[in-house]
Design a protein around this ligand. Sequence first.
Ligand code: HEM
Length: 222
Amino acid sequence: MSKARFPFVSVIEKGKRNLPPGSPRYLLFQLSDIQDRPIEFLGHHWRKYGDMAKMHDEIQTVLDGSNPTFEKLPQLQYTRRVFEESLRLFPPGLGLAPRVALEDDEIHGYFIPKGSILNVVSYFTSRHPDFWENPELFDPDRFLPENTQQRHKFAYIPFGAGSHTCIGKSFALMESTTILAGIVQRFHIELVPEQPIEIDPRFTLRPKYGIKVILRKKINYP
Ligand code: HEM
């Protein structure tokens, strides 16, 4: 049994140390850094919403002891939805890159003078009660195809929207689902009780004091 941050975080930190800053792989590691935030925040949900038994079951059934691979990803739909829902509540980018108004404009009756800097904050759109039922509730099934079809296309924008939308979106979803499956496959995860959990909304949204979890190796795993 060990108290630890999620292993992914240490892998990233180790990876960065061994790469020359500015190299393409260093940049990839840097970008991957924001992917561990929703995974870290997931620890929070374990305390609030039980043991995520459905995700454990899916991973156990689909992987059956083998490593998570690209070929298995289409079958890990619930695991992917867990990650998507975590991105909804804790979008690591907090919002989009700021935009500058090139001319005077009006949005919903608000006058926007030329030169204004505008920020769209996905943290708020993804919790807005006009678009989400029980927005504070962690419910991965919001991302079932039948539940996403009717939703406003800008309600869920952790990867941005429009011409500057994130180019790493598919890669990030694929990689994060694989990593999450790999962790949950090997460990029972329990939140260390009585710890302060607060968000730290800087350039990326972080847990202010980290999130400490207890990892218990599952039997049958070396
Ligand atoms: C969970 C992981 C990630 C999240 C939440 C995320 C989120 C975002 C957001 C919010 C934007 C700004 C979009 C806008 O202002 O409209 C963005 C832009 C961008 N992202 Fe990501 N990103 C992630 C992973 C990645 C990865 C892995 C890569 C590269 C492999 C990447 C490459 C980029 C690039 C190049 C842009 C700038 C696009 C442009 O300005 O045209 N991102 N991302």
